[in-house]
Write a protein that binds this ligand. Structure first.
Ligand code: MTE
Ligand code: MO
Length: 400
C-alpha cells in the first residue's frame, strides 16, 4: 500500500470513528479548547542540554535551528554540535542501565528489551535526514504574506546523520508481531505535551506496519557516537524520508496494534488544513524538496570579487538531479556544480561562482530530483505551515 493510500484509508477510519488511542470526539473537544494556541512554556532551565552557541544555532522556544552558515566547509553529515533540536518539552535524563523498550498491544506478544539486548542484535548504519515538517515555515509569512502557526523555522530544521541501530523489523519479529498488526506507534519518554491547557500525553505518532518493515531503525548511535541526550538517548526511532515527528526520540514503548491508531500528532497536528484541503485536513507523512545556501540572510560580500557560493539541496523522493541558481531575484538561472560523495542520496552539496556588482542582490536555489519533483515559486498554503518547498529568496549585499 502506498503512503497516500494508507493516509486515505486512515482518514476514512478516523472519520468513521474507527480509532484506537484517540477518537474524533476527543479531537473535536480538544480542538475547540486548544485550536492553534502557540505552545511556548516559559521554561526557566534550557530544555536543551547541549551548548547552543550563537554562531551555530538560532534558538526558537524549546527548539534550536542550525544556522546554515555553520554548515559551510562541513562534510556530508551534520556534526552533533550543530544538529538542530526540536523538543516538544524538554530533553529528559534517562539512565541507560535501567532503560527498557516495551513492545506491546493488540498486534503483538509483549516483550521487553534492554539497551544491551538491542545492541546484540544485527546492526545497520544508514545515512538519513531528520527534517521537521515545519522547516521553512517562516517563509509562508515573509515570502508569501500568509499567516501560519507554529515554530518560525527558517531552513535550519534539518540534519543529515549517520545513524547506527537495529532494524525495527528485527525487534518486532523477535517480540512476536502478529500477522493482524496494521499500525505501529512509538511513544517517547519525555514529559507529556500540554497544549492550550490540555494534556495530550506523551509524544507519539503511528505509522503502518509496512513502513516499519521497510526501512525504519531503532538508532543508538549518531555519527559514530552514542546518541546525544538531545537527540534521543539511549534509543530513538529513525524513519527515513518521513517528517521529523515520525522519528520519536527517547522511545520507551512501541504499541503494535491490530486496529488503526491515532494520536494528536496525526489528527490535530501534521495535517494540511486550509482552503485547498478537506475540512478534516489532509494527512501526510513524507517530506518535500528544498535547497539552502550555506550563509546567513543579509550576508555581505566584496563587490567585484569572485565569490564561491555553496549550498545543499535535498528531496525525500530521491536523489537530486539538478540545482539551478539565480543571483538576480529569479530572472535568470544557471546550473550549480554538484560536488562530494552522496551516501544514500540524502542530499547534494553544490557550489556556484559569482562575481557580484556593488549593491543589493537576491539569491535563489531551485532543485529538481531524479523523479522530476522541482521547487515551485510558491508553496501551497496550509494553516499550520508545513511542507514549505518553494525556492527561498535570500537577500545579500556586495560592498566596495
Ligand atoms: N519523544 C519525542 N520525539 C520527538 C520529538 C519530541 O518532542 N519528543 N520531536 C519530534 C520532531 S517534531 C522532530 S522534527 C524531530 C527532531 O529531532 P532532533 O531534535 O533530533 O533534531 O524529533 C521528533 N521526535
Ligand atoms: Mo518536527
Amino acid at each position: 500500500m502506498s503512503e497516500r493510500a494508507y493516509d486515505e484509508r486512515r482518514l476514512r477510519d478516523f472519520l468513521a470513528g474507527r480509532a484506537r488511542g484517540f477518537s474524533r470526539r476527543e479531537l473535536l473537544a480538544l480542538t475547540a479548547a486548544a485550536a492553534l494556541l502557540p505552545a511556548s512554556p516559559a521554561a526557566a532551565a534550557s530544555p536543551i542540554v547541549k551548548p547552543l552557541p550563537d554562531d551555530l544555532f538560532r534558538p526558537l522556544g524549546t527548539n534550536a535551528e542550525t544556522r546554515w552558515s555553520a554548515l559551510k566547509d562541513q562534510g556530508y553529515y551534520v556534526p552533533v554540535d550543530r544538529f538542530f533540536v526540536r523538543n516538544h518539552t524538554v530533553t529528559p535524563t534517562i539512565d541507560a542501565g535501567s532503560w527498557q523498550l516495551e513492545i506491546s498491544g493488540s498486534g503483538t506478544k509483549s516483550a521487553f528489551f534492554g539497551l544491551e539486548d538491542i545492541k546484540r542484535l544485527p546492526s545497520v548504519t544508514v545515512p538519513v535526514a531528520i527534517e521537521c515538517a515545519g522547516n521553512g515555515r517562516s517563509y509562508y509569512t515573509s515570502q508569501q504574506g500568509q499567516t501560519v502557526s507554529g515554530t518560525a523555522w527558517t531552513l535550519g530544521a534539518i540534519g543529515v546523520g549517520k545513524w547506527k541501530g537495529v532494524k525495527l523489523s528485527t525487534v518486532l519479529r523477535k517480540a512476536g508481531i502478529s500477522r493482524h498488526a496494521v499500525d505501529v506507534q512509538p511513544i517517547g519518554l519525555d514529559p507529556n505535551f500540554v497544549s492550550g491547557g490540555v494534556d495530550l500525553g506523551p509524544v507519539r505518532r503511528p505509522f503502518p506496519v509496512r513502513k516499519a518493515f521497510d526501512d525504519v531503525i531503532l538508532a543508538y548511535e549518531l555519527n559514530g557516537e552514542p546518541l546525544p541526550p538531545d537527540h534521543g538517548f539511549p534509543v530513538r526511532v529513525v524513519v527515513p524520508h518521513w517528517i521529523g515527528i515520525s522519528s520519536i526520540k527517547w522511545v520507551g514503548r512501541i504499541e503494535v496494534s491490530a486496529e488503526p491508531l491515532f494520536s494528536p500528532w496525526n489528527t490535530q497536528f501534521y495535517r494540511l488544513f486550509g482552503p485547498d484541503f478537506p475540512a478534516e485536513g489532509r494527512p501526510f507523512d513524507r517530506q518535500s524538496i528544498k535547497s539552502a545556501f550555506e550563509l546567513d540572510p543579509g550576508a555581505t560580500f566584496p563587490a567585484g570579487v569572485r565569490t564561491r557560493l555553496t549550498g545543499r539541496s535535498w528531496s525525500a523522493d530521491g536523489p537530486i538531479r539538478e540545482v539551478r541558481i539565480s543571483t538576480d531575484g529569479g530572472t535568470t538561472w544557471r546550473r550549480a556544480r554538484p560536488y562530494g560523495a552522496t551516501p544514500g542520496g540524502v542530499w547534494q552539496r553544490w557550489e556556484y561562482d559569482w562575481t557580484p556588482a556593488a549593491g543589493e542582490h537576491v539569491l535563489l536555489a531551485r532543485a529538481t530530483d531524479v523523479r522530476g519533483n522541482t521547487q515551485p515559486d510558491v508553496a501551497r498554503f496550509n494553516t499550520l505551515g508545513y511542507l514549505f518547498d518553494a525556492a527561498v529568496r535570500v537577500p545579500v549585499t556586495a560592498v566596495g
